[in-house]
Design a protein around this ligand. Sequence first.
Ligand code: LR7
Ligand code: MN
Length: 634
Amino acid sequence: MPRLCGRRKRLDWKILTVLALVFVTSYFYYNFSKVSVNDEEILHLRNKRFMEYREKEGKREGLGEKGRAVTLQGEEKALADSLFKKEAFNIIASDKIALDRSIPDVRDSRCREVKYPKELPTASVIIIFHNEAWSPLLRTAHSVVNRSPPRYLHEVILLDDFSDRPELGSKLHDYVAKTWPDGIVKIIRTKERSGLIRARLAGAKAATGDVLIFLDSHCESNTGWLEPMLARIKEDRTAVLCPEIDLIDKNTLQYGGTGSFSVGGFWWSLHFSWRPIPEHEQKRRSSGIAPIRLEPILSRIKEFPNSVVCPIVDAIDADTLEYSKNGGYQVGGFSWSLHFTWRDVPSRDLVHRKYTDPVGSPTMAGGLFAADRKFFFEIGAYDPGMDVWGGENLEISFRTWMCGGKLEFIPCSRVGHIFRASHPYTFPGNKDTHGINSMRLAEVWMDEYKRLFYTHRKDLLGQDYGDISERVELRKRLNCKSFKWFLDNVYPEKFIPDENVHAWGMVRNPPSNLCLDTLQKDEKTVFDMGIYSCQNGASANEVFSLSINDELRREEACLTVVSEGGRVPLESCTGAANQKWKHDKDKLIITGTTSGGQVLCLDKKNEKNNGHVYTEKCNGKESQKWTFEHYLDN
Ligand code: LR7
Ligand code: MN
């Protein structure tokens, strides 16, 4: 009896298994076929929506359309002014503009002629926000959906970093569900205030597209913004890309172009800076006219292993053996008789590239960038130990370059951003998160150069920046290059105040014990150089260098000779004769030259604390005596 039962049971099992298999297969078959039909339908609907928007965009009229400025009057203006403190931008103007307004296509016209491959990776666009105002947030989402070809847009993730504005709760949920019933826009919410770094990490982890694109929550993506970035990542998965960032005016919401293209740099205080595209980068980009050397050929093949590369052929005269440079560069063609021919470089290849090619950049501003999703994680995503705001942009920039990637701006990809006057949100605990985050990045990535950061941030020395062991480990595991390599190869024009200079440190007038001092003035503006009692290394305002090019300078700006008896302003460095200085260590004088060639001595005259310095005829007086704190020449 027990045996029989046993058999019966086994039989039952078999039947059950078969039934289960049938059920499971049919269930999957049914659902899969259903999903794929739906997918096609959804794509069709998305394409329709995209085309419809494109067709009507140019014809739209109304306040703020075509990216126009909105000016308010009377009560509305007063209201906007009173809210400006809280929002740091004109929220009333923004609320009056359509959430899907039209903006001008500000790309260089040559961008429209660039052909991108039809097969491109798909994008997950991640928009992080904490208590963002309604209209800029949704305008960001609309601009992404309306200006991204549906086949490349995998999803838009609105990543809510624990906002507590009431309208960002169920009202936002309902708006999204109603406006984008196809589910292209998703909302994900953090369970605690994470800060923008961990919020982006949460978004990246949830995303499933091939490429991650991060945006701030007050942006407008412009026509054609997506394809050039996806195409570049398809070509080189290690490229981390920034669109050109256009200005959306915080007062009028006007969408304006950038004016001139820039790349990212940094101050030694680890703040981000914009700078003009350096000459070496412009040269690299117009590599169609690169000089004949082995390096460009080798590096080109390293970058694109599947390319065959020819040098430009110069002429060596058969009779005289004179070597003459090839005047007009040409490329090869052929005639139908199958003879080789020379032909002019097509203008799209020569001229266009200057306007359309990626521009290498030492750093990024931080908020708007694209990266291959897997590559983003391979090179260490972000430092999850960084809080709220600041520092992560330089961290990802240094790391990308040092660990085998590259950072580029894509001129044909344009996205507007509202540059706000201040932070419209709280910093929990009132911490200087930019300072502490920067300590983490300096300690992990900057090697001995972190000294230059601490010169500016003596206040941070000894502060607790938390545990960085995992990031140090990451750097080792990825076998990343040194910060010196980064400076030498990626940012060679970055001035290093205490290396490769004649002298540096405090510039002291010993008799008075007064030192050159910026008196806290902003180095990005022109101002007359000051003096103050020497702080003996305690103040970054007193750090000057006598550079190898004979400039008497700060990080970005140079002391400039104006005239006999005139004050000495600090102006941006030009390399001109009136910014060349000599120091005589025996006579203790510092001499400069006017544009007219007159040699004058740096002189503090009778000035006291908070006074100025002058250039005067050299007279051997005490007020013309100067010493540097450190001499690197012997
Ligand atoms: O706790 C927070 N949680 C968040 O989700 C704090 C902020 N945020 C969100 C916020 O809602 C916004 O969408 O993070 C985003 C960035 O904050 P912003 O807009 O206040 O920053 P910002 O534009 O003033 O600052 C720039 O530098 C930051 C350094 O940490 C970030 O990298 C920003 O993304 C970056 N913005 C840009 O690069 C846009 C171009 C501006 C320039 C230059
Ligand atoms: Mn921003």
